[in-house]
Design a protein around this ligand. Structure first.
Ligand code: NAD
Ligand code: WQD
Length: 343
């Protein structure tokens, strides 16, 4: 029998790609999502890619009574992958309570029901944002967690602490937190991808929207950083590579290969790419020239970060494989698919 996995936030960007990889690896996926930052069309995309339409229940994971009823209905769930959260750094600064409420209450509810319903395994979406500007690069999992740069980042730090404390008090529960660097790109089929609502905060959706004519130009935030070309450096990771890491982490838990009740892994390429290099890669991969201008630094941005991913490489046997150019091309194909859908 196929193992049943609950994917919260499975209609969203990373959740939909992970659902595809889970189905392709023989799991039965049940998605819970309230569609607060996603579109139900992603379910059609998942079905078109995999040939299977996962069960979908629309509700807010913060709603404890609905979550309790859900677990009374689905009694064979063996593990949870928890993506459901709000993720905009800028919105978290203007509306912190929205972020603390959604991101913390959803996680607390899930942990409580995992205890009550004897669901032992959790894979949690964490972020490199927990490191702030690290003292040493590449940054490893052992680097200190610094004061968060935003309420969003703080929710990820607190949720990691909540998971760790809950596991200490309930040793039957096991969890893996995955600290993603910068996920970008889309499924090679262009049937699922990132769906920013309004003006994108993130670089790659801004690049693709500029290339297709929705935006006039890209603002490069700063060229006076202490980096080779002066623009800020990040570790951009293909979303399909990232999705695959979730399957491997889940299998590690299910096969009881974990070395501690709570494990943390960085997920990135291990390579730093500047904003200007990212723009060049997009231009090279797509043959499209981008209109950009240098503007002031964006407040709250860090100068440079990229991950030491050797622990995930060794322990999970996982490595980011796709090139930056291939990933940029996938983001572009997704943007073109969105335009076709709108027509
Ligand atoms: P996303 O917004 O595309 O997906 C999140 C999904 O969760 C959405 O479909 C949304 O509707 C749903 N959701 C949110 N709150 C919910 C709730 N209370 N109940 C039910 N559904 C809810 O975001 P994403 O980029 O796929 O991110 C997934 C996870 O990964 C998040 O936890 C995010 O913080 C984390 N993460 C993302 C990035 C990134 O750059 N995208 C980087 C590091 C970590
Ligand atoms: C990347 C680089 C910008 C837009 C955020 C969150 C982080 C994690 C990943 C969830 C930066 C520059 C951007 C633009 C630009 N998410 N940029 N012009 O800020 O590294 O990380 O997403 O956990 O927590 O903070 O990603 O894509 O916004 O920016 O020059 O229009 O591109 O300054 O150097 P960031 P980003």
């Amino acid at each position: 029998m196929k193992k049943q996995i609950l994917v919260t936030g499975g209609i969203g960007y990373i959740g939909s790609h992970t659902t595809v990889e889970l189905i392709d690896s023989g799991f039965e996926v049940i998605i819970v999502d309230n569609l607060s930052n996603s579109n139900i069309n992603a379910l059609d995309g998942i079905e078109e890619i995999t040939g299977i339409r996962p069960v979908f229940e629309k509700f807010d994971v913060c709603n404890k009574s609905q979550l309790t009823s859900f677990f009374e209905k689905y009694t064979s769930i063996e593990a949870i992958i928890h993506f459901a959260a709000f993720k905009s750094v800028s919105e978290s600064v203007t509306n912190p309570l929205k972020y603390y409420h959604n991101n913390l209450a959803s996680t607390i509810n899930l942990l409580d029901l995992m205890k009550k319903k004897d669901i032992p395994y959790l894979v949690f979406s964490s972020s490199c944002t927990v490191y702030g500007q690290p003292d040493e690069l590449p940054v490893s999992e052992n680097a200190p967690v610094k004061k968060a740069m935003s309420p969003y980042g703080n929710t990820k730090q607190i949720m990691e602490d909540i998971i760790s404390a809950t596991l200490l008090s309930t040793p039957s529960l096991k969890a893996i937190s995955l600290r993603y660097f910068n996920p970008i790109g889309a499924h090679p089929s262009a049937l699922i991808g990132e769906l920013p609502i309004g003006i994108p905060d993130n670089l790659v959706p801004f690049i693709t929207q500029t290339a297709i004519g929705i935006r006039n130009e890209i603002k490069v935030f700063g060229n006076d950083y202490n980096t080779p070309d002066g623009s800020a450096i990040r570790d951009y990771l293909n979303v399909v590579d990232l999705a695959k890491a979730h399957v491997v982490a889940l299998q590690r838990l299910l096969k009881k290969q974990n070395k501690a009740n709570y494990e943390i892994f960085n997920l990135g390429t291990g390579k730093g790419i500047s904003v200007l290099e990212a723009i060049e890669s997009f231009e090279r991969a797509t043959g499209k020239k981008l209109n950009y201008k240098i503007v002031d630094r964006r407040p709250g941005d860090i100068e440079k970060v990229w991950g030491d991913t050797s622990y995930a490489n060794k322990e999970l046997g996982w490595k980011a494989e796709k090139s930056l150019d291939e990933t940029m091309l996938s983001a572009w194909n997704w943007e073109k698919h969105l335009k076709k859908q709108k027509k």
